[in-house]
Design a protein around this ligand. Structure first.
Ligand SMILES: C[S@@+](CC[C@H](N)C(=O)[O-])C[C@H]1O[C@@H](n2cnc3c(N)ncnc32)[C@H](O)[C@@H]1O
Length: 346
C-alpha cells in the first residue's frame, strides 16, 4: 500500500494506517513513528553531517526522507532481502539515487565512514552499541530509537538488570527515568570505548524513546562525562518515594543550542511537534519533576494544572513549566518543600 510521509511516497507491505506499535515483517512501516522521523529530518538539517546511515531500513522511509528533505547524503542498510528489494523500489520511485546495502549494517559501518548513524531496531539497541560506537566516524552523531520500554522503565526488572545493570521502578516518573537510564547506558558504553557523548535531544512518545547524541573520541572527556552518571534520591521530588534509583544520567538530556537551531519547514508544522519541541526546552530545569498525583496524595482536592502552575508562580515568584513526561508533572527550580507550601500542602 502507498503512503505519504514528509516529502516521500512509500510503498509498504504493512498497512500504513494501522495504529499500534507495528508488526515485524518485510518492508516494515509504522505511522506512529512519523514524528520521530520528522524530528530526525530537523536534526539532520541543522547538524548537516556528511554521511547519514539509516542502519535499520525497513521500508526505507527514514533514509529516503533524509535524502529528499535535508540535502545530506543518505545510505540505507537492511538485512532482510525482500525489505531491501522494496527499499530499492522506494528509492527509485522517489527519484533518488541513494546507496543501499543488503546485509548487517555493521559490515557497512566498518567499510565506509558515516558521521551520523541512526539505530532503529525492533526493541533494544544494546546488542548494536559497542560496534557502532567503535566503527562510526568520530566526531559524529548517533541517533537511537529504543522500544524496550518495559526494561528501561523497570516494568520488567529481569530485563532491566540484565541489559542495563541499573535499578529504577515503574511509576509516575518512569519515562524520564527510562530515558535517563538509556542515556546512562549509552554513556557507559561510549566510555568503555574511550569516547564520550553529549545528549542533544531526548524524548518519549508512546511506545518509544528517541535520543540523539554527539559522540567524540577521548579518554579525558569520557572520564569527565562519567561524573554525570550516578544514583538519584527520589525524596528530592517525591513525598511518597524515598529510594535511591540508578545509575541514571544526571546531566542534561537536551542541548538548548540544538533546540534553538531547529527550523520547522511549513509542510512539517503540526501541533504535537510544536508542543513537544517547546516542552523539551524546559526539561533540564530539574532532574525528574514534581507530580501533583504524588504531592496531593491522600488529599481529596486535585486542582487543574493551570491553577497549580499559577499558585507556585504567584507564591514563589519563580518559573514553572509543564513536562512532556507527565500530564500532571511540573518542572521548576524550586525545592519540593517550597512547592508544597505554595500549594498549601504543609
Ligand atoms: C524497526 S524496523 C526499522 C524501521 C525503519 N527505520 C522506519 O523508520 O520505519 C527494523 C528493520 O531493521 C532490519 N534489521 C534487523 N537487524 C538488522 C541489521 N543487523 N542490519 C540491518 N538491518 C537490520 C529488519 O529487517 C527491519 O526491517
Amino acid at each position: 500500500m502507498k503512503t505519504r510521509e514528509g516529502l516521500a511516497e512509500i510503498e509498504t507491505e504493512s498497512d500504513p494506517d494501522f495504529i499500534g506499535p507495528g508488526r515485524a515483517g518485510p518492508s516494515f512501516y509504522n505511522r506512529l513513528q512519523s514524528l520521530n522521523r520528522d524530528i530526525t529530518v530537523l536534526i539532520v538539517s541543522a547538524l548537516k553531517p556528511s554521511h547519514y546511515m539509516d542502519a535499520f531500513g525497513g521500508s526505507g522511509v527514514r533514509g529516503i526522507r533524509i535524502g529528499l528533505e535535508t540535502g545530506t547524503e543518505s545510505f540505507i542498510a537492511e538485512k532482510n532481502r525482500s525489505s531491501y528489494l522494496a527499499i530499492l523500489e522506494n528509492i527509485k520511485n522517489n527519484g533518488l539515487s541513494i546507496a543501499s546495502y543488503n546485509g548487517d549494517f555493521i559490515r557497512a559501518i566498518r567499510e565506509y565512514q558515516f558521521d551520523f548513524v541512526d539505530l532503529d531496531p525492533y526493541g533494544t539497541v544494546v546488542p548494536y552499541l559497542d560496534e557502532t560506537i567503535n566503527f562510526m566516524k568520530k566526531p559524529g552523531y548517533l541517533g537511537i530509537t529504543a522500544t524496550d520500554l518495559s526494561a528501561l522503565t523497570g516494568s520488567s526488572q529481569g530485563s532491566l538488570r540484565r541489559r542495563y545493570g541499573s535499578s529504577v521502578k515503574p511509576g509516575l516518573w518512569m519515562h524520564e527515568n527510562g530515558i535517563r537510564n538509556l542515556i546512562s547506558y549509552v554513556a557507559r558504553r561510549a566510555a568503555a570505548n574511550d569516547c564520550s557523548i553529549t545528549p542533544l535531544l531526548s524524548f518519549w512518545k508512546g511506545h518509544y524513546y528517541r535520543l540523539f547524541v554527539r559522540l567524540i573520541r577521548g579518554r579525558k572527556g569520557a572520564d569527565r562525562m562519567l561524573n554525570y552518571i550516578g544514583r538519584f534520591e527520589m525524596s528530592t521530588v517525591s513525598v511518597k518515594e524515598s529510594d535511591f534509583i540508578g545509575p541514571i544520567w544526571l546531566g542534561k538530556m537536551n542541548s538548548a543550542e540544538m533546540l534553538n537551531s531547529l527550523t520547522v519547514p511549513d509542510y512539517l508544522k503540526k501541533r504535537d511537534l510544536e508542543i513537544l519541541l517547546d516542552r523539551l526546552k524546559n526539561e533540564d530545569r530539574m532532574i525528574l519533576f514534581y507530580d501533583t498525583r504524588d504531592l496531593y496524595s491522600g488529599k481529596p482536592v486535585i486542582n487543574s494544572m493551570e491553577s497549580v502552575i499559577l499558585a507556585i508562580k504567584d507564591s514563589l515568584d519563580r518559573d514553572v513549566f509543564p513536562t512532556h513526561f507527565s500530564t500532571t508533572g511540573i518542572k521548576t527550580d524550586c525545592k519540593r518543600d517550597d512547592v508544597m507550601k505554595a500549594l498549601g500542602m504543609t
